[in-house]
Design a protein around this ligand. Sequence first.
Ligand code: NAD
Length: 453
Amino acid sequence: MKSIIINQKQYFNSNATKPVAFRLEQLKKLRTVLKANEKMLTEAVYKDFQKGSYNTFLTEFAGVYVALNDAIKNVGRWSKIKRAGTSMVNFPGSSYVIPEPLGSCLVIGSWNYPINLTLVPAIAAMVAGNTVVMKPSELSAHTSAALANIISNNFDPSYFAVLEGGVDVTTEALSQPFDKIFFTGSVPVGKVVYQAASKNLVPVTLELGGKSPLIIAPDANLKTTVKRLVWGKFVNAGQTCVAPDYVLVHKSIEIDFLSTLKNEIAKGDFFLENDNYAQIISEKHFDRLTSMIEPTKVFIGGNHDRSKRFIAPTVLVNVTEDDKIMADEVFGPILPVMIYENIDDAITFIKARPKPLSLYLFSESSSLRKKIWGEISFGGGMVNDVLMHFVNESLPFGGVGNSGMGNYHGEAGFKTFSHFKSVIHRPTLLEFPLKYFPFTKLKFALIKKAFGV
Ligand code: NAD
């Protein structure tokens, strides 16, 4: 690992990665390599999750191609030196903001979308002109191996390398003097990463998780709400960082909501044999999830099979804040439903907890929308839909407070992996004497006048 980092630093210091032409060439190469190996990667995802090719294209590759195309289209514009205004005290002069890459960047991914959540940050590092070391999660082992294989076969490790392994490997990587660490994963490990990075003063971006609420107001279009909720909650068997974690539904529509939900889930195709759904990633996570299912509160589903790591879409009702399901992020196909009567109570409930990564509101009311946006802090979200804000390159994606720090996607990703150098260029012809010694009374009076005091 040490030699990879030394080589990457040397390569970076040779300035090879900085020209826009180099970045473009590497991004295009990655696109070609991905297309050529899409089948192999899809098979690896199948081994990890039992997900079919359509499912994997939609949830993994689509976002990567969007990120690649966006980076290829905009690398020239984003990398340009920008003019800035010049303050009076620096007159005459010209001010510039110069984007520069940070150096060798470590990207640590989580297992739930093992291709997207490693490659999209890696693309952001590349478009900004950095070298990259990528560490996919050991839990999605087949995909991690496939990524390591295609990257090592096609890229020089001095520019783009993949580390494979578990906590020991990540721990060693975190002790190295990288120039940037980009981490996607859980809150507890996010704290470990932050602490480790502080030893070398490495800047970090933390893309973490938490409990993302979904509020259903009395005026919501129930049919559409439920259709979108069911898709967003159960795609990838709920193993999605931005999945709605729990529902807060208004008391007046509870019965209608639950019966619409039951019909919608019954229509769905949630059998593993069909590969539209997904396996739970490991037996440990399976056990964690099934321990959250309180049998007396099951309204839909509840059935599971450990040998297949399968948990049916499950809805829990009469849930209170003291239930186990409300203690931590669910990160699986179990949906707790809670009732509210007054929107201010729902807002208070959310604000009493760590700031969510996502928040979803289903309502036709613009005043309610503005109230929620104004009163609750959350990473990002949607009104009348779920998840899809993740796939809009024009929107920075990231958490706030416990759900993370920093953001990426599109230009936000470029900025995350760049330093913006501020420089003033002054001509040598003109000179104003007021700042120079000796500080006389006359100069003092003049300078005060110049500042309008
Ligand atoms: P995790 O924190 O367990 O693991 C993430 C990475 O950290 C893995 O590569 C793993 O090898 C490494 N790791 C694990 N323990 C470590 C330790 N003690 N020291 C050093 N490294 C360690 O997270 P996970 O289970 O892979 O992912 C689930 C979590 O990630 C959920 O909370 C989810 O919400 C969150 N998540 C967030 C986003 C986002 O974009 N904000 C996306 C996906 C997942």
